[in-house]
Structure formats: C-alpha cells, structure tokens
Design a protein around this ligand. Sequence first.
Ligand code: ZN
Length: 203
Amino acid sequence: MKIICIGRNYTDHIAELNNERPEHPVVFMKPDTAILLKKHPFIIPEFSNDVHHEVEVLVKINRLGKHIDRKFAHKYYDEIGLGIDFTARDLQAQLKVKGLPWEKAKSFDGAAVIGTFLPKSDFADVNTLDFRLENNGKVVQKGNTALMLWKIDALIEYISKYFTLKIGDVIFTGTPSGVAKIQPNDMLTGFLEEKQLFSIKVK
Ligand code: ZN
C-alpha cells in the first residue's frame, strides 16, 4: 500500500506557515515503513529538534482506479479515519529553502499515525466532519472538512491522474492550523466528530 498526502489544503494552516496558496494540490507520499505500529509510542527522532503534529482526516481506497472523475470518486472509498502526519519542521524548512524533496522530514519511520477507520455511512456528509487533536487533554488543533480547499472527491480525481490508486491505499487530506512541536510525555488523542480514533504517547 502507499500513503498519499496532501499539503496546504486549509487556508488557516497555509497562513500560519507563511506559505503561498497553491494553484493545485501539493502532493507527497510516505512509504508503508512510515506507519507507526499499533500500540507503539512515537519516538522523537534524533535528527530533529522540532517535530510537529499535523492531524488529518484519512480516506481508505477500496477499489483500483486511475483517472477517476470526481463524480465517481465516492465509489472508491467507504471508510474514513484520522491520523497524524508527523513532520520534522526544522528539516523540512532546510529542504524547502533548497527546493529539495520533503521525504526526510515527513516520511521517516513512525511519521504516519493511522487511526481506526469508520464506515463513511456512519456520517451524514464527509464534507462537514468536525475533527480535533488533543494533547494531554487540551485541544490543540480543530478542523472541519468543509474548510478544505480541495474536498475528498476532488483530491481523488487529482491524485489518480498521476498515481493508480489501489485497494488499501490511504490519503492524508491535509492539516488545519494549530500545528506545534511535540515533547516527550505528550499524549496525542484524535477525535473524528465525537469518536476517538487514536491515542499516541510521545517519547
Ligand atoms: Zn500534513
């Protein structure tokens, strides 16, 4: 399986990092080795002093597809989840300045938290989902999928122009504002609507 991530999909997050609003979705990938193993803590890697949490709504692909029209995109997923795109912000900043790829900052081992998936039929509309991240019980990021610049179906259309989507692939749909540095002993808990989908200890 592969993990396809979208950057800069929420205006408030674009503003907090002083990024430009993109003309097209920003796309990058994480290998399957980036998935944080179930029940494991996230260990801050020694190569970064500034790892940020980015909470994101996830979409799990359930059908093989390429060049998917957005009208039919809803047929390619039936589960929605929540995860964290851990980002070594210091490393990413160095790579961005040089115009280099972001993989070392975003695709290292453990950098993808994938929480429990729920059937999309549990929700009235995937385009109005509230989600939030709590750190030690305090809300640090809050978003709603209505605020995405590119909604889920538009992302599937766009991504599938370049990459064949396969069963089990996961799309990280971008983070809202509130990204921040994590510290040892943080406990990161993610909620989609009122359902808790992951809880990760930081070491
Ligand atoms: Zn992200």
